[in-house]
Design a protein around this ligand. Structure first.
Ligand SMILES: NC(=O)c1ccc[n+]([C@@H]2O[C@H](COP(=O)([O-])OP(=O)(O)OC[C@H]3O[C@@H](n4cnc5c(N)ncnc54)[C@H](OP(=O)(O)O)[C@@H]3O)[C@@H](O)[C@H]2O)c1
Length: 263
């Protein structure tokens, strides 16, 4: 099946590792020109080198914290300068600080709002003038299964990401009139460094081991295992591709069936 991604231009924020990197790599394999982003310069450089070596494309690396007010516009501008336009925007970042109502303070909440909501708002707002010039514009927000099924000790994610799916659905209606598609993926437990960190924190709190916490978590998933970043990426790449031309306003769980609700 042709995804019609050849020579499309994509900015994927939070993509120097994890779900974002797997998606950038897969898009590059499909012939996209990709901009890879993260806060750590060495990690971004390494990701770009790996992607270029594996795919033979010329990805660019953009260093910057997407949760800061003035960075999203710069990331968009740098992508357009490097490649001459923008067709695909994937808004992704790291996860917010874990914790409960007792442990999380005002600073953590505000940082979580900037990271999990405002980064998406600012990136989309900055990208719109360029996406509007594309023949197949597409936006994908990366949120979490937590918007449908709260996750233990992730109160900020459980709360703030609901606003981001509200944003996604609203924009699907608003921008759909212009032929622009806006969707979200709600990842379930997927093996990345973020998950390793969360499991380590749980193990410390519960006086267990990270392996034991991983085993317990996997046991709740019908497949009995966590997802691989490539499994997330395959869904993401299809959703942003012109092959998904009639899919708009979808909040897609990629969670191995972990979500317990019917709808
Ligand atoms: N993996 C899962 O099971 C899962 C499940 C549900 C939801 N999610 C959510 O999906 C997103 C991606 O998860 P992941 O597991 O791939 O995380 P990850 O392994 O921590 O990777 C996050 C990526 O984003 C970059 N990043 C972090 N904060 C950033 C910022 N403020 N601005 C720009 N780049 C930033 C990181 O590089 P630097 O650290 O160098 O900036 C890294 O490249 C997160 O929001 C996570 O909470 C993940």
């Amino acid at each position: 099946m042709d995804l019609y991604l050849k020579d499309k231009i994509a900015l994927i924020t939070g993509s120097s590792r994890g779900l974002g990197y797997a998606t950038a790599l897969q898009l590059a394999k499909e012939g996209c020109k990709v901009a890879i982003n993260g806060r750590d310069e060495a990690r971004v450089k390494n990701a770009v080198e790996k992607a270029n070596k594996e795919t033979g494309t010329q990805a660019v690396g953009l260093v910057g914290d997407a949760s800061l007010p003035d960075v999203p516009a710069k990331l968009v501008q740098q992508t357009v300068e490097a490649f001459g336009g923008l067709d695909i925007l994937i808004t992704n970042t790291g996860g917010p600080k874990p914790g409960s109502i007792d442990s999380l303070d005002e600073v953590a909440w505000q940082a979580g709002i900037d990271l999990c909501l405002m980064a998406h708002v600012r990136l989309i707002k900055s990208a719109l003038p360029h996406l509007r010039k594309s023949s197949a514009p597409s936006i994908l927000t990366v949120t979490s299964l937590s918007v449908k099924q709260p996750i233990q000790n992730l109160l900020i994610s459980n709360s703030v990401r609901a606003a981001t799916v509200g944003l996604t659905k609203s924009l699907a209606l608003e921008l759909g009139k212009e032929g622009m598609r806006v969707n979200s993926i709600l990842p379930g437990w997927t093996e990345t460094e973020r998950v390793a960190e969360l499991l380590n924190a749980r193990a410390t709190a519960n006086q267990t081991s990270a392996e034991e916490e991983a085993r317990q978590q996997a046991a709740e998933i019908p497949f009995g295992r966590m997802g691989k970043p490539e499994e997330f990426a395959n869904a993401a790449v299809f959703l942003v591709s012109p092959a998904a031309s009639y899919i708009n306003g979808v909040m897609l769980q990629v969670d191995g069936g972990n979500y317990r609700g019917i709808f």
